[in-house]
Design a protein. Structure first.
Length: 183
């Protein structure tokens, strides 16, 4: 069974947002470590309020109750068999042509003078009317390196002593990248 191992925590509550002060209720979690010299002064004060070391990633979540500033959230909030959504940045593939990016077939013929057009996009628009290319036309361009949400991944195993979660299937991003897990 194909699965992915994710290190999920420990995450520290770096800010608690309330209805009175911020207009909505949420908590801000910090994950990963950041060197003190690479942290802006505004963030140094932010982390000093939570009495924690500087974190490299900050994410807000709604629906957490009873957590205070400086509390720790770890993998014990997840259960085996539960379904989660994983959000991350997909692998960047650079500038790609239409065959790879949009699964175009190319010209498909090697005769009738087609000596250098095997992977070309072909015609892209009309003549004097509308005299432009419509928005959304599938063309060559940047591929990957975008926010991707993979939904309904089942948790196969929770290893609490190492803060690891094993989910069924693949998650977006390259090895070692940071992702967000939503219940």
């Amino acid at each position: 069974m194909p699965c992915t191992v994710i290190e999920a925590g420990p995450c520290v509550v770096t800010q608690v947002k309330t209805q009175d002060r911020d207009g909505y209720e949420a908590i801000q979690l910090g994950f990963g470590n950041r060197k003190e010299k690479n942290t802006p002064n505004a963030l140094k004060g932010h982390f000093k309020k939570a009495n924690t070391d500087p974190k490299s990633k900050l994410v807000e979540f709604k629906g957490f109750e009873g957590l205070n500033l400086g509390d720790t959230v770890d993998v014990n909030i997840f259960e085996e068999g539960e379904f989660v959504d994983v959000i991350g940045t997909s692998k960047g593939k650079g500038f790609q042509g239409v065959v790879k990016r949009h699964n175009f077939g190319g010209v498909g013929q090697s005769t009738h003078g087609q000596h250098n057009r095997l992977r070309a996009p072909g015609s892209i628009g009309a003549a004097s009317y509308p005299a432009r290319v419509f928005k959304g036309m599938r063309m060559a361009g940047q591929m990957g390196n975008e926010r991707v949400k993979v939904e309904n991944l089942q948790i196969l195993k929770v290893i609490a002593e190492k803060n690891l979660i094993v989910v069924r299937g693949s998650i977006p991003g390259s090895k070692g990248s940071t992702v967000t897990i939503e219940k």
